[in-house]
Design a protein around this ligand. Structure first.
Ligand code: GLA
Length: 379
């Protein structure tokens, strides 16, 4: 076993059998996981976990918001580089963040006017993206300190995060027990497995919000995107779906063949105008729960390729339209308009108010599951 002063062996203290059992890890010591203090939030100590695989890939994740602070993968020449935006310090994440690298919940994306009705009862949420609710409210899962434990699992170094969201937190009914397990796999995948249970009927839509730039600099307009989806959910001016599932054919939303992000992003198009670029949900024809490819992105200069796989039926593709040069991130990079993109596997936005969209209701006795994989390769 490789150990050094920095690479502290992590002793897994059992399988966390208390709730949501199912972690396939073997508790053992590991040289693939390093921990270090990362400051504090809400009066609680926050830890930064560094996971490494044998291919030189490295993910640094903290237990505040489950934020992926950095993600380093090789380019076509074998040079390892960071492909996500974020900050060097926890205090910057606490101060202001456009959801850099975080776990998103209870409801990823928007709920119209911050209201929905469940079993005849109207639930009221913070309209933190006026006039709508966005990404779990004023203090969503991205701003919570999660319980954390690292494991050297057979699939790779793993960080298991747990959070208990109280009944009524941010306006959502039911006590929710959430587990989010990140695993850095040997095939350079960062895998996220969510599981959740509730003690009352509730709604749930968890996702992940890394901002990717596969070149590690500049804008993302030259990245080529392929989305194997025939339809998307058009939105109104506040980015709430109209309810229509619109064919992408003949529109700037057709990414069924690899196309540069910048090729059509400035076209005269009402949907692009509403989003300020791409900020829409693509619809996949699949059985929900089946792990399928939702996106492949290629960056021509570095040869880096990102594939997104998920069990979810939708994918929010957001092109960093709100980045405007007001945030200085890691290494002094000033994040300008469209310096990154997000690919957020999810159920469709505003599903609690859209009877024709797949249901996001979770009931006691059921276990919510959602797997998201960001896998890196070169071309
Ligand atoms: C999501 C939304 C965007 C934006 C970002 C965060 O991707 O769809 O509209 O709110 O999060 O800035």
């Amino acid at each position: 076993m490789k150990t050094s002063l920095n690479w502290i062996p992590v002793l897994a203290a059992g399988l966390g059998a208390a709730w949501l059992v199912g972690c396939a890890s073997t508790p053992q010591e590991s040289g693939r996981i390093r921990t270090e203090p990362f400051g504090s939030a809400d009066g609680q100590a926050v830890t930064l976990y560094t996971l490494r695989n044998s291919k030189g890939a490295e993910a640094r994740i903290c237990n505040y918001g489950g934020i992926v602070v950095s993600l380093k993968v090789p380019d076509k020449n074998g040079t390892i580089g960071d492909v996500v935006l974020g900050y060097d310090k926890l205090e910057d994440y606490v101060k202001v963040t456009p959801y850099f690298g975080c776990l998103v919940g209870r409801y990823g994306n928007r709920i119209a006017r911050g209201q929905f009705t469940l079993n005849g009862v109207t639930c009221t949420l913070a309209t933190n993206n006026y006039p709508n609710a966005l990404h779990g409210g004023a203090k969503g899962f991205d701003k919570r300190v999660w319980q954390a434990k690292a494991y050297d699992s057979p699939a790779g170094p793993q960080l298991v995060l747990r959070y208990v969201s109280k009944d009524g937190e941010e306006g959502y009914p039911g006590t929710l027990f959430v587990k989010a397990a990140y695993t850095l796999t040997e095939d350079n995948g960062l895998r996220l497995d969510y599981a959740a249970t509730t003690d009352k009927d509730t709604v749930l839509n968890l996702t992940h919000h890394s901002y990717f730039n596969l070149a590690g600099k500049g804008d993302i307009l030259g990245h080529e995107v392929m989305l194997p989806a025939g339809r998307f959910t058009p939105v109104d001016a506040t980015l709430i779906p109209t309810g229509e599932l619109k064919p992408v054919a003949g529109t700037p939303f057709d990414f069924t063949r690899p196309t540069a992000i910048g090729a059509r992003i400035n076209q005269e198009d009402e949907q692009l105008k509403f989003g300020g670029g791409y900020d829409h949900n693509w619809v996949f024809t699949k059985r929900i729960g089946d792990l399928t490819l939702l996106a492949r992105v290629t960056e021509p200069t570095t040869g880096r390729v990102l594939e997104v796989w998920s069990t979810e039926p939708g994918l929010q593709f957001y092109t960093g339209n709100f980045l405007d040069g007001t945030i200085t991130g890691k290494g002094g990079w000033v994040y300008q308009h469209r310096n990154a993109f997000c690919l957020e596997p999810q159920h469709f936005p505003d599903s609690p108010n859209q009877p024709n969209f797949p249901s996001v209701v979770l009931k006691p006795g059921q276990t919510y599951r959602n797997t998201i994989i960001y896998r890196f390769a070169v071309k």
